[in-house]
Structures are given as structure tokens and as C-alpha cells.
Design a protein around this ligand. Structure first.
Ligand SMILES: [Zn+2]
Length: 284
């Protein structure tokens, strides 16, 4: 049954005052397990937002010369140089240098796939989305190389309801607790291979194709887990024209659902991504 038909059917049943329990046991509709979906959170409004009634969580880290970055050739730390001071010049002004993929940042679709848009060409409408958080911190505690599975997503949906189409999906691994300790955060073994959690190819494909996620994010260095060498999750996400959000902060402050995500990457012409301000907007 299509989603539209199903919504219509549910509306009729609800109007008839039939309980969800009875509905679940009635005839051919039993396969539509969404009957047991928890109530959708009430929509938030922009008036609530601008009048300060909503909670805003800053999902970004401040940049400095100790900020973790991708440990590969030609990648360098963030640098900040003061080029004018109030004492000397009557004005404070600085210049900075950073790889695009350092700190809290967005991976543009052209990061891993040719013929996909650069960061400045991302449709701004795609940078505003419903947000959901999937917590795999327990699995990640047990296995630093853990990858979000489709079963994790299915379990989440059984508890919280279907992921809205076009959402930004955020995976919370708990890895952000290591942010201020770069060696621990990248967690390289003696061979230099990194170990931190990420998405599986199957889960990324499911989210992008079945749930039409606008983007997927994580609180580690990469949406692919640390040991990855083929970067399959990047290829899947970027190949579908979607973006990634990496090195996110404070995902632990988010509910499982019922919030919005706003991502504002720096607008570098031809850029493969860049430092981004990322905010979650929550009910009061
Ligand atoms: Zn990146």
C-alpha cells in the first residue's frame, strides 16, 4: 500500500474511532505496522523560532590549531593569524587557513563523485530538514569499528516511527567525547589504520533511497567507519547527490526525533565541502 493511501486509510480509521490495537488485528491492513507509530511531534514554527521560544543546539565545534583533521598527505591543521589589532590598527582582524574537511564540516556531493554539485551549488532548500538521531553509542562502546546497520534503523523506526522523507539523519556514536584528544579521536593502530564507528553501505543506501535523506551526519571524522579504504558510504551518499556532515558535536543533547536541522557550509566556489555551522532546532 502506498504511503498516501495508507495515510488516507489511517485518517478514516481514526475518524471512526477505531483503536490502533483493533486496527492492527483487522484483515489485510495488518502488514502496515506503521499503525502503531508514535504520535508525530507537533510542527515547530518560524515565529516560535524567532521569538526565542525554541531551543537551539549548536552541533559544531570551535576551530583552533588542535582541531582534529583527516590525517592524510597535504592535510594540515587549522591556522589563525592576527593581521590587525585594535591597539595597533584600531580594528581586530584575522586570517585563517583550513582544509575544507576539518572540524565540523559538510561533504559536498562532488567530494567523491564527479558531475555532482560543489558546495556552493547545493540547493539551499536541502540545507533545512527534519532531523532524527539514531543512537549507536552502546554498539560503538563494544566495537570501535561498528557500522550502523539497516536493522538498527528498522529498530529505531519500530520505536519512534518512520523516518520522515527528506530528513537529515544523525548518528550518535558517543565518539565526540574524544574530540579534544586528537590521537584518541582518530584512534590509529600501529599500522596507521583508524578505528571509529560509521555507517554501513546498506544503511546509507536505505536512508538515501528508501527514506530520501537529504544528508547524513555523524560525530566522528567520517561517515565511513575508520578502517574504510573504499569510502563506499561517501560514494553512495555523494552518488545520490546528497551531503555528509562530519565531526558533529552535542548530538547527545538531541531527542530521537521531532527537531529540525539547519546546515550552513562556507560557500567556496568549486569546493568539495567546507566548515559549516550546523544547528538543531527543538521544541521548548
Ligand atoms: Zn569531509
Amino acid at each position: 500500500m502506498s504511503r498516501t493511501l495508507w495515510v488516507a486509510a489511517w485518517g478514516l480509521v481514526a475518524m471512526a474511532g477505531v483503536s490502533a490495537g483493533r486496527f492492527l488485528t483487522s484483515g489485510p491492513l495488518t502488514e502496515t505496522v506503521h499503525a502503531a507509530e508514535p504520535a508525530q511531534p507537533a510542527p515547530l514554527t518560524l515565529d516560535q523560532l524567532v521569538s526565542g521560544q525554541l531551543k537551539i543546539v549548536d552541533l559544531g565545534w570551535s576551530l583552533n590549531d588542535t582541531s582534529p583533521y583527516w590525517p592524510a598527505e597535504n592535510y594540515e591543521p587549522f591556522r589563525l593569524k592576527t593581521i590587525a589589532t585594535i591597539e595597533k590598527n584600531g580594528v581586530l582582524s584575522k586570517a585563517f587557513y583550513t582544509p575544507e574537511h576539518l572540524g565540523t564540516h559538510l561533504d559536498a556531493p562532488n567530494h567523491f563523485e564527479k558531475n555532482q554539485p560543489a558546495v556552493e551549488k547545493i540547493d539551499p532548500a536541502h540545507l533545512f530538514a527534519h532531523g532524527v538521531k539514531i543512537d549507536i553509542s552502546h554498539q560503538s562502546d563494544m566495537d570501535a569499528d561498528y557500522r550502523l546497520t539497516v536493522a538498527d534503523v528498522t529498530r529505531w523506526e519500530a520505536e519512534h516511527g518512520r523516518i520522515p522523507n527528506g530528513a537529515v539523519v544523525l548518528v550518535y556514536t558517543g565518539w565526540s567525547q574524544h574530540w579534544t584528544n586528537y590521537p584518541r579521536y582518530k584512534n590509529q593502530d600501529p599500522q596507521g589504520k583508524m578505528h571509529f564507528p560509521g555507517y554501513s553501505a546498506e544503511a546509507a543506501k536505505f536512508l538515501v533511497t528508501e527514506r530520501h535523506a537529504k544528508g547524513i551526519g555523524i560525530d566522528t571524522l567520517s561517515i565511513d567507519h575508520g578502517p574504510s579504504t573504499d569510502f563506499i558510504v561517501h560514494h553512495i551518499v555523494n552518488g545520490a547527490g546528497r551531503y555528509g556532515l562530519e565531526n558533529l558535536a552535542r548530538l547527545n543533547d538531541l531527542p530521537d526525533r521531532g527537531f529540525y536541522v539547519v546546515s550552513a557550509p562556507i560557500k567556496i566556489e568549486t569546493g568539495s565541502g567546507g566548515p559549516a555551522r550546523v544547528f538543531a532546532i527543538l521544541p521548548p
